[in-house]
Design a protein around this ligand. Structure first.
Ligand code: GLP
Length: 632
């Protein structure tokens, strides 16, 4: 399908709910090569006519694979950008163009330095402009867009608040290029890039919604499960200034280009029977019935024929008889997902249990992409697995050092330095010297400089200590914690990590040595550039290498979710309940991550929501539930 084609009228029933044309692609690379091919066509067509093309460009991790593809087209297929003029959406206020987090530098590193675009054709809002000159500078930006003939094609990403550019909630339909105050969620999302929320600028200069809608063509890209909810709201919800991306509904040539994970909340994917015929297998029936139960806020067993009919799920009854029978079937399915024995219950009939009883004990390998991920998502389950006698190992995939603020490193180095002075022997004076070096390096690098090897090592050690403490609260001895330190993380930075075969080698070596019966992993639904995704791919790659080995056949992989959208009730294959004490124990474990911002670490709310949903379905009422999906 040609995504630059004019959308025309939306006809199909599938798209009835979608108010902006939405193209779903398998993954970001499929979407980006399609889009890049269309852009290349446009550039060439204009070259033939001796005309310029004006592109509106975006930053963030979303367009990175698109830029990579443009660079490839330039380097390998001779695509020239000499007739291309670009306007970027936005820039942080207060950052110089060479600041490592400025969008100016980002664009040069990700695209401009690798293609033949003339310097004078590049336009990016000036983040260094003084407050009293901002207004003029924004007016000038608008004028330059106009003089270039307007934007032919504007590329967009979407922030978690639904913003395009930096048009935070409240930005009006007619807003123009201006300075805005960044939303709390946006600043939190940028915290990892800026080594802590406190360092994220408070203001930015952005094209307005009106400026963006002035483009002749708009393509908004979104990848990964963490964008699913906001994409659904922007595409299917009301047009509102709370979600500036929803204004795309008012443009007659706009397309949402999303991958499967980001499309997962769209009605045609999430509730497909509402938009057409579906095959009513067990999974689909479970999905529809749990949805009905949540929708009517009625336990599954109290749903009646009318509930099915009135909400477009009447077809199930035609296929399977009365609501009563269907209800019982689904009730049992959900009930059987609940288990206090995540490693399987030895010596019992396991026909309806999520995990098999034998072998017991099992070798269990829990992967945690960042040091805190696993404890946050399955701290209670880890505790149970250990208590139930399994051989549990926690594999911390990346060192996490990039998340540790300088102050934490400073504090440890200062203590070490003082200790060396107090003790005064040779051994401690070596430690003292190391500590002084770290302190000097921290001072020299400033807030945004790159960490030296010494500083990185110290930060990683701090987190190692914290993981061990947290794991211990969950019942794991410190020798059960393995630190993989995957190379992609050590050599990269947030949003720009690149995985290599070396990462797969590391994970393969671990799997081969341990040959687990159970694996817990996450990252399958995260944004493709997220480190969780790369960590997950290293596991998939490693498992693929051993696919003919019998231990892999005998190994079940349980997927958990991190920051992506929460698991829907119907997606849960194993629900591990928690008592108030267990939840408190997990919170205690999470609090051990003292060097990481506590706001990022709160997960009990999510576990409690899952429990409330199960309660609402008519299951037993638990304090909290940790949920897992079985990898197919
Ligand atoms: C920032 C940018 C947006 C971008 C958004 C999402 O807020 N100003 O233009 O769309 O981040 O970023 P990402 O693509 O990394 O998810």
């Amino acid at each position: 399908m040609n995504i630059l084609d004019s959308p025309g009228k939306q006809q199909t029933q599938k798209e009835l709910y979608e108010k902006t044309r939405t193209v779903i692609v398998k993954d970001s690379s499929a979407g980006c090569s399609q889009l890049a091919a269309e852009v290349a066509d446009l550039i060439r067509q204009r070259q033939g006519e001796n005309k310029n093309v004006v592109l509106g460009l975006a930053t963030g991790s979303t367009p990175v694979p698109f830029y990579k593809e443009l660079i490839r087209l330039h380097q390998q297929e001779g695509l020239s950008f000499k007739n291309v003029i670009t306007f970027n959406l936005d820039e942080y206020h207060g950052l110089a163009p060479d600041h490592r987090e400025s969008y100016n530098r980002f664009m040069r590193e990700q695209l401009f330095d690798h293609i033949d675009i003339p310097q004078e054709n590049i336009n990016i809002p000036d983040g260094t402009v003084s407050l009293d000159a901002v207004y003029e500078s924004c007016l000038d930006y608008e004028k330059r867009i106009e003089e270039a003939g307007g934007i032919d094609l504007q590329i967009l990403g979407i922030g978690r608040t639904g913003h395009i550019g930096f048009n935070e909630p409240g930005s009006s339909r007619d807003s123009r290029t201006r300075m805005i105050t960044l939303d709390r969620i946006t600043r939190r999302d940028a915290a990892a890039d800026f080594l802590g929320e406190a360092h994220v600028p408070r203001h930015a200069i952005t094209m307005g919604v009106g400026t963006i809608l002035g483009a002749k063509r708009l393509v908004l890209m979104a990848w990964g499960g963490n964008k699913a909810e906001i994409v659904q709201q922007a595409v299917e919800g009301k047009v509102t200034d709370r979600i500036s991306a929803s204004f795309l509904q008012e443009h007659d040539n706009a397309t949402f280009l999303v991958d499967e994970a980001a499309s997962s909340q769209l009605t045609r994917i999430h509730l497909p029977w509402l938009v057409g015929s579906v095959e009513w297998d067990r999974k689909m029936i479970k999905r529809a019935v749990t949805w009905l139960s949540h929708r009517f806020e009625k336990p599954i067993l109290r749903l009646v024929d009318e509930d099915y009919n009135e909400s477009g799920a009447g077809e199930i009854l035609t296929a399977s008889g009365r609501a009563y029978n269907v209800n019982i079937g689904v009730f049992d399915l959900v009930k059987h997902t609940i288990t206090g024995w995540p490693g399987g219950k030895p010596g019992t009939d396991d026909t309806h249990r999520p995990e098999r009883a034998d072998p017991h004990p099992k070798r269990v390998l829990i992967f945690s992409p960042e040091p805190s991920d696993a404890v946050m998502s399955l701290g209670g389950t880890i505790h149970r697995l250990v208590e139930q006698g399994h051989e549990v190992k926690l594999a911390v995939q990346t060192s996490g050092s990039l998340r540790v603020p300088d102050q934490a490193a400073q504090k440890f180095a200062a203590v070490l330095q003082e200790m060396a002075q107090v003790i005064g022997d040779d051994a401690s004076s070596a430690g003292g010297e190391y500590a002084s070096q770290v302190l000097t390096q921290l001072e020299e690098k400033g807030l945004f400089g790159d960490d030296s090897e010494d500083v990185k090592r110290l930060k990683a050690l701090i987190l190692r200590g914290e993981v061990r403490d947290a794991a211990q609260v969950c019942g794991l001895e410190s020798d059960a914690v393995i630190f993989q330190d995957l190379p992609f993380y050590e050599n990269g930075r947030y949003r720009q990590f690149q995985m290599t075969e070396e990462d797969v080698d590391c994970t393969a070596a671990l799997l081969e040595e341990y040959q687990p019966h159970q694996i817990y992993a996450t990252g399958h639904l995260a944004d493709p550039s997220a480190l969780q995704t790369l960590c997950y791919r290293s596991i998939e790659g490693a498992l693929e290498r051993f696919k003919d080995e019998s231990w892999v056949d005998d190994c079940r992989v349980w997927l958990y979710r991190g920051k992506e959208s929460e698991m829907n009730s119907y997606e849960i294959d194993m629900a591990v309940p928690m008592s108030p004490e267990q939840l408190e124990l997990k919170s205690e474990a999470i609090r051990k991550f003292q060097s990481i911002s506590q706001e990022e670490l709160d997960s009990s709310g999510r576990n409690q929501t899952t429990a409330k949903r199960y309660d609402q379905l008519g299951m037993a009422e638990y304090e909290a539930i940790e949920s897992f999906q079985r990898r197919g």
